[in-house]
Design a protein around this ligand. Structure first.
Ligand code: KG4
Ligand code: ZN
Length: 337
């Protein structure tokens, strides 16, 4: 029958459940939370409550859509962290209860490792292969910006990290300054396609090694808008597409500089991107362009596998299942991992 894993993801503001069989997705459902939109960011207490309301129907639907019987599920994988503690607790408690009730193994998953392992989800289409090891992955999301070296499915090393904000936060916070709703990344991406990336110049940080910094860009963007608004109160409204294109161009440049440096210093040419910001069209285009120029073997995830989803937890759970990496009922979620 193969290995069937039920996977749960609840680290931030999306409640997601998936069923994975032998590395293939049978279902992958995501319930988003509109409740945060008017607050300009995720409100942890509201997120936790929404997870509690969503988890049972989402899991139920994921199992039904997968067309499997509950008895066919061999193990349950869940996100242990990093993330919001109140949110993680809901998924962890549900997974523990499910494993106990069904008497099946429990598998804890690191959310960051899962974003990277989304590249190993199997597909019937023969053309889309999976990366070879060692694999270098730029993980860019709302909470993280890292360059990760994957030595095997379950061995990962962080080569570079942000020393302050994440790339997604730079999109979201600068978007908020322009009056866009949370999360602003997708809207900036859309508006950027109608603007000029050369309209405005924002300074790039100088951070040693493979680390990143985005807080200076956010502050620079704030001061820039403040000065221009003094001259023209309608400055943002008149220049939104150009502002978005120039901002996106700067963020993508900062990310690409370090990804290229990581490839040059390690000699690794198997290159991927992952996480919510890897949905960004500017970043996807640049990785494709540089990849061609530098002979990289590139891996760009399907849009549905960029932002938080349980299928990536499921594929990680699958490899841990094969490696007999199970956990006990005394497991607790961790906000930081
Ligand atoms: O991976 P993810 O769903 O959650 C975390 O683990 O943080 O990433 C969410 C982040 C948000 O900051 C959102 O603005 C950003 O991904 N994002 C984008 C795009 N789509 C999502 N940023 C830029 N362009 C996009 N198209
Ligand atoms: Zn994530």
């Amino acid at each position: 029958m193969g290995v069937t894993i039920l996977a749960i993801e609840s680290s931030c503001d999306d409640t997601s459940a998936a069923v994975i069989r032998d590395g293939y997705i049978l279902s992958n459902l995501i319930a988003g939370q509109d409740v945060h939109k008017s607050y300009g960011g995720v409100v942890p207490e509201l997120a936790s409550r929404a997870h509690q309301a969503n988890i049972v129907p989402v899991v139920d639907m994921a199992i039904k859509r997968a067309g499997v019987n509950i008895e066919d599920i061999n193990a349950v994988a869940f996100t242990r962290g990093p993330g919001l503690l109140g949110s993680l607790l809901v998924g962890t408690s549900f997974a523990k209860g499910f494993a106990l009730a069904r008497d099946i193994p429990l598998i804890e998953v690191n959310h960051l490792q899962a974003h990277v392992l989304a590249h190993f989800i199997k597909k019937d289409d023969k053309a889309s292969g999976t990366p070879e090891f060692p694999f270098l992955c730029l993980l860019v999301s709302g909470g993280h910006t890292r360059i990760i070296l994957l030595k095997s499915h379950l061995e990962m090393e962080t080569l570079g990290n942000t020393i302050d904000d994440a790339a997604g936060e730079a999109f979201d916070k600068c978007g908020k300054l322009m009056g866009l709703t949370y999360p602003a990344g997708p809207e900036i991406d859309k508006l950027a396609s109608q603007g000029s990336k050369k309209a405005f110049t924002f300074s790039k940080p100088s951070v040693p090694g493979l680390d990143f910094s985005f807080s200076g860009l956010k502050t620079g963007f704030l001061y820039f808008l403040r000065d221009r608004l003094k001259e023209d109160p309608d400055f943002i409204e008149k220049n939104k597409p150009d502002l978005c294109a120039s901002l996106q161009h700067t963020i993508v440049n900062i990310l690409m500089d370090k990804l290229i440096k990581a490839s040059l210093t390690t000699g690794i040419m198997e290159i991927g991107i992952a996480g919510g910001v890897s949905a960004n069209s500017g970043l996807r285009n640049e990785v494709t362009r540089e990849g061609k120029k530098r002979n990289w073997n590139i891996f760009i995830p399907e849009i549905s596998l960029t932002t938080d989803n349980a299928a990536m937890i499921g594929i990680t759970g699958y490899y841990k299942y094969l490696g007999n990496e199970f956990t006990g009922q005394d497991i607790v979620p961790l906000a930081r991992l």
